[in-house]
Design a protein around this ligand. Structure first.
Ligand code: WT7
Length: 655
């Protein structure tokens, strides 16, 4: 981005106010990080002690990356729902507000829940699930809008030992069906409809469409908008009716630390989305600890993460992290630009939010709308700001820092992944000076390493020094995913085979002399669109399913707001002509096949794709052309038809 150089090397010191009362100063970070490396078992046992265990673990770490087997706290027993709710109620936190729900429309009433009230709601839902037939170990698909009942559904599953698989409410019926099928889920929890910027999202209708392709035993429907939905007799149950008369008691299942807690599907560079599996003990400890330290959470503070519970950020930092830590979390149903572009700031002001966590794409979009939207609200309550999902360009960082954080609130730029369960690289508010654009330092227990394409080590925490390469993590951490549901071999192949014995993140990264990590973006065929991960292969498969499409190749290209946009090269079947109508049709097609987040930004029709003589598509060339970078196309002489390239460039320049 153009502003990178201007601010390169800029260091923003830790504000004095962030040091006062912090749970972790720079010195403490150094000592704690060193201990987490030198004596990980003692370190993680100490962190684990903040949680209640039905049986305390005696074995802390037990893992190997070659062969791949990952276990933490393996003889411990606990339940994350107990740690998120029951224990707080038992410890006198019952009357504290745990969740503030801000609805889509500012005109609608705010709903607040104390810890005791959430517990009551979760027990009711847990017993309703049991009544429906859900048993420990069963997979339950959750397809919910951003309403408290979405969080209750997750906690209710955890309570009874069922494994939730949350599917983002923006995904299509096909995507739901694929995910239900992949994890053989017999139960679905959904709402009648969702609301986003006053538009209704037909959640139940989407589930119905999905269930034309695949069947389940039961669907639990939560009434939210009151919109009309079809109910299938014997299969579909209204929660408010079916839950009548269920018991108000429901003890937490005693779970082993390594029992699965949830599955969350995420895109990779090849094939269908993978069902990433997180287990109970390590994930509990990881989300509680990272939440507490990364945001330097302080008693009584209001914390707001704008993510959706359909993504891992929502799992770890709307539901499990804040509740386990006994915090007060705000949940927002709507969108940043409804009813106007000041909605975020209006909500911050209204609820006196202290900690605010969002995505760079949202910051860039709001920044474009002008400063008045921000300055007309009182944002003085904000103490810590966070970003997640993609690199933040320094210009957006500055704006966020000055306008939103009144030049004082520290910003934590948290690098992590669905597979990591929680934060991995980030500065800590009271500990580290910030460098706009850099995620910062490794969290406790995290050992990053940069390697070149051959796997030669370029830099890590023990060598120190500056280098740029492929980002691996060379030790396990408690929040690490344990497997891919139903396909452990794919887990090993995807994450541990590129560089044997190391977890490969798929990201490129630079480490500077101060030990700060700068994520440079994915080095595989995964693109990051508005902080959402998208496999180019998924979009390609969707395109070629269309009867008029012969072949497709999809790449990312820089996009001002989204970070990366989706650029599709498409060849059509013989006799089919490209026109605007077909462009529209294909865009709509991908939306229905995958969901709105996968909508192509550019469709580029071409008579052929550049391939090697052995038939491999030269993606490098396609990426460069999409990026408007023609000077460094590299060697094109190995192409089967080098003349194609000129046509592609011409096609690119003409748009
Ligand atoms: C990919 C993971 C982590 C929750 C949301 C996304 C990119 C994530 C950052 C950051 C630069 C980031 C990486 C990563 N990413 N956070 N702070 N700076 N890049 O989770 O869908 O699993 O995507 O998002 O490329 O690999 P995800």
């Amino acid at each position: 981005m153009q502003d990178t150089l201007e601010h390169a090397g800029e260091i923003v010191p830790v504000p004095a106010a962030a040091i006062e009362g912090t749970s972790c100063t720079g010195g403490q970070y150094d000592a704690m990080y060193a201990r987490s490396m030198d004596d990980p078992d003692a370190f993680w046992l100490e962190q684990a002690e903040r949680l209640d265990w039905f049986k305390k673990p005696t074995k802390i770490s037990g893992w190997s990356f070659d062969p791949v087997e990952i276990k933490w706290f393996e003889d411990g027993e606990l339940n994350i729902c107990h740690n998120a709710l029951d224990r707080h109620v038992a410890n006198g936190r019952g009357d504290q507000t745990a969740l503030i729900f801000e609805p889509d429309s500012p005109e609608d009433p705010v709903r607040k829940f104390t810890y005791a009230e959430i517990l009551e709601n979760v027990i009711r839902m847990a017993n309703t699930l049991k009544k429906m037939g859900v048993q420990r170990g069963d997979r339950v698909t959750v397809y919910m809008p951003m309403v408290p009942e979405g969080a209750f559904a997750m906690l209710a599953c955890a309570r009874i030992g069922a494994v939730h698989s949350v599917v983002f409410g923006g995904f299509s019926p096909d995507a739901i069906a694929n995910r239900i099928e992949d994890c053989q889920s017999d139960y679905v929890i959904c709402a009648d409809e969702g609301l986003r910027g006053s538009k209704r999202v037909p959640l139940k209708a989407n589930v119905d469409a999905a269930l034309e392709k695949i069947s389940v035993k039961a669907v639990l429907v939560i009434r939210h908008t009151g919109g009309d939905v079809a109910m299938t007799e014997g299969r579909d149950h209204w929660f408010h009716e079916y839950s009548e008369g269920v018991s108000t008691e429901c003890p937490c299942e005693v779970m082993n630390a390594e029992d699965p807690l949830f599955i969350l599907y995420t895109s990779g560079s090849t094939g269908k989305p993978k069902g990433v599996v997180h287990t109970t003990g390590g994930y509990s400890v990881w989300t509680e600890t990272t939440f507490r330290y990364t945001f330097d959470y302080r008693e009584g503070e209001v914390y707001w993460c704008t993510a959706d519970i359909g993504w891992v950020t929502g799992h770890s930092y709307i539901v499990y992290g804040p509740l386990q830590a006994g915090g007060t979390a705000l949940m927002f149903e709507g969108v940043p630009n409804y009813p106007a572009h000041d909605r975020f700031w209006q909500v911050v002001d209204k609820h006196k939010v202290n900690i605010f966590y969002t995505a760079p794409t949202a910051i860039r979009a709001l920044m474009r709308e002008g400063n008045d939207h921000v300055t007309k609200h009182d944002l003085s309550s904000l103490r810590v700001l966070g970003t997640v999902g993609e690199p933040i360009n320094p210009e957006a960082w500055r704006w966020y820092h000055e306008l939103v954080g009144h030049g004082e609130a520290p910003i934590v730029d948290t690098w992590w992944q669905t597979e990591t369960g929680g934060h991995m690289i980030t500065t800590l508010p009271g500990a580290h000076p910030m460098k706009p654009g850099s995620a910062g330092r490794p969290f406790f227990g995290i050992a990053p390493q940069l390697v070149d394409n051959d796997g030669t080590v370029l830099a890590d925490e023990s060598t120190g020094g500056a280098a740029e390469g492929n980002l691996c993590i060379i030790r396990s951490w408690p929040g690490q995913a344990r497997t891919v549901y139903g396909d452990h071999e794919r887990f090993i192949q995807t994450y541990f085979s590129t560089y044997r014995g190391k977890y490969f993140t798929g990201d490129g990264c630079r480490r500077d002399e101060d030990g700060y990590y700068w994520i440079t973006g994915r080095v595989d065929d995964v693109i990051n669109v508005s902080g959402h991960r998208m496999g180019t292969a998924e979009v390609e498969s969707a395109l070629v399913l269309h009867e008029k499409v012969a072949e497709a190749a999809v790449v990312g290209y820089p996009h001002d707001i989204k970070g990366q946009g989706i650029y599709c090269y498409v060849t059509l079947n013989a006799g089919v002509d490209a026109d605007d109508a077909l462009t529209k049709e294909l865009r709509a097609w991908v939306r229905t096949e995958i969901g709105p987040i996968a909508t192509p930004d550019h469709l580029h029709f071409t008579p052929g794709l550049p391939k090697t003589r052995s038939g491999k598509i030269m993606r490098r060339i396609l990426r460069k052309i999409a990026e408007n970078d023609y000077g460094s196309l590299g060697d094109t002489s190995t192409l089967a038809d080098p003349s194609l390239v000129d046509g592609l460039i011409e096609g690119r320049l003409n748009r």
